[in-house]
Ligand binder design. Structure first.
Ligand SMILES: [Ca+2]
Ligand SMILES: [Ca+2]
Ligand SMILES: [Ca+2]
Ligand SMILES: [Ca+2]
Length: 404
């Protein structure tokens, strides 16, 4: 299993600027759930918003996230690239919630309504940034509790070799479910209605006809690290946060594994595809998995646009089914009382949204998340300037671990 070093000793903004892979936002200035955000310079609070960045590198730190050894600048390290298991693939803590009820975990960036266990939670366990490693207020800072979504959300891509690639050394031929010309068309019902015990989509087509998949064992590899079959690439989705309550990630050219994964290993080449992917082309054949948490109010709206397969699970229940090979499709949800009943949502509870996606055929790659009125309580702390003197800056690590 490859390991993904990262360098939390650097400010996140620097890290993202260095690793910027593909820029998304363009156009005029009205965010809409059907159209991309159009003006990155409009009043938003996310300087790097609308981008996807890889976190794999930076020579400034010796710690390695994913090696199962807890090092100084890691809040956790569970030795995997899975999300939703308490420790993110960026080695930050994740909320642990079941049916809306969460454990009080310091550093997960979630404050529970009415709880007094955490005086603050800024999404890290770093000291001297206003919120202590035990989530208590530190002197010299002013902290606010805000109900908003984080600007930066971890994402793990798993890069595959397409079906048309022959065996190479120890590697088998490319995966049968990627770049397979015999598979075609949209297909609903590929996954079961709830996530499995590992928090992954469960295959539902065993014994049934399927035009874009092969079998359960092959499908399980889509979202699990599998030696010789896929390579994980860890990064972040960087959102635009609009004052009007919209929270948007938009990537009309979504290629988080370009120059990484099997391409970096020399076992796959970028593909070109006419006007859509002129030279030097892109690294196709990959999946993505991302999760975030929100406090349910009843006014939330959610839209996803993408190709190919997209499944969105809320509270571990299937809410969007856009499976199969298709051009960009769109699906919108209003989390009203009727949908809340189906998904088991109760106002005030904190719920996981898990988005699983696959890019399976060289052409375009589009990934768009629109959220409106989504939020979760977390802390934002700023130093209080000392009278007549500039106060020392918080440690760089604090900024690096405060993507919220
Ligand atoms: Ca480590
Ligand atoms: Ca994990
Ligand atoms: Ca917390
Ligand atoms: Ca690939």
């Amino acid at each position: 299993m490859p390991i993904i070093p990262h360098a939390p000793s650097r400010p996140l903004s620097t890290l993202l600027a260095t690793l910027f892979l593909s820029l998304a936002a363009c156009g005029d200035n009205t965010p809409s759930e059907d159209d991309p955000p159009r003006a990155p310079g409009r009043s938003t609070s996310g300087a790097d918003a609308g981008t996807v960045a890889s976190a794999a590198f930076d020579g400034g730190s010796t710690s390695i996230c994913g090696d199962a050894f807890l090092e100084d600048d890691e809040a956790c390290d569970d030795g995997n690239h899975d999300t939703g298991d308490g420790c993110s693939p960026l080695c930050t803590k994740e909320p642990q919630c079941t049916n809306g009820v969460c454990a009080s975990i310091c550093g997960d960036g979630v404050m529970l309504p009415g709880s007094t266990a955490e005086a603050c939670d800024d999404g890290n366990t770093v000291a001297n940034d206003g919120c202590s490693p035990t989530c208590q207020l530190e002197p010299g800072f002013a902290c606010q509790t805000l109900n908003q979504m984080p600007l930066s959300i971890p994402v793990v891509s798993r890069d595959f070799r397409g079906r048309d690639l022959p065996p190479l050394g120890a590697l088998p031929a490319g995966h049968v479910d990627f770049q397979n010309v015999t598979q075609l068309g949209s297909e609903k019902g590929i996954v079961q209605s709830t996530l499995n015990a590992l928090g992954k989509p469960a295959y539902a087509k065993t014994g049934l006809p399927t035009n874009t998949t092969s079998n359960a064992a092959n499908f399980a590899q889509w979202y699990l690290d599998t030696d010789l079959v896929n390579k994980p690439v860890v990064g972040t989705l960087n959102f635009i946060r609009y004052p009007s309550g919209e929270h948007i990630f938009h990537a009309p050219n979504f290629f988080p594994a370009d120059n990484l994964g099997w391409v970096a290993a020399g076992a796959e080449a970028h593909r070109t595809y006419g006007m859509d992917a002129p030279p030097p082309g892109h690294n196709y054949s990959f999946t993505t998995e991302t999760r975030f948490w929100f406090e349910y109010k009843g006014t939330e709206r959610f839209t996803f646009q993408g190709d190919d397969d997209v499944w969105v699970f809320i509270n571990r229940r299937l809410a969007v089914d856009m499976g199969g090979l298709h051009a960009t499709e769109s699906n919108s949800l209003i989390l009203d009382a009727a949908l809340a009943f189906n998904l088991g949502l109760t106002p005030g509870g904190i719920y996981e949204v898990a988005v699983f996606h696959a890019e399976r055929r060289a052409a375009r790659s589009w990934y768009h998340i629109y959220m409106r009125n989504f939020g979760v309580r977390s802390s934002v702390c700023v130093p209080i300037p000392a009278a007549g003197a500039s106060r020392p800056q918080a440690s760089e690590g604090a900024g690096a671990r405060s993507p919220r």
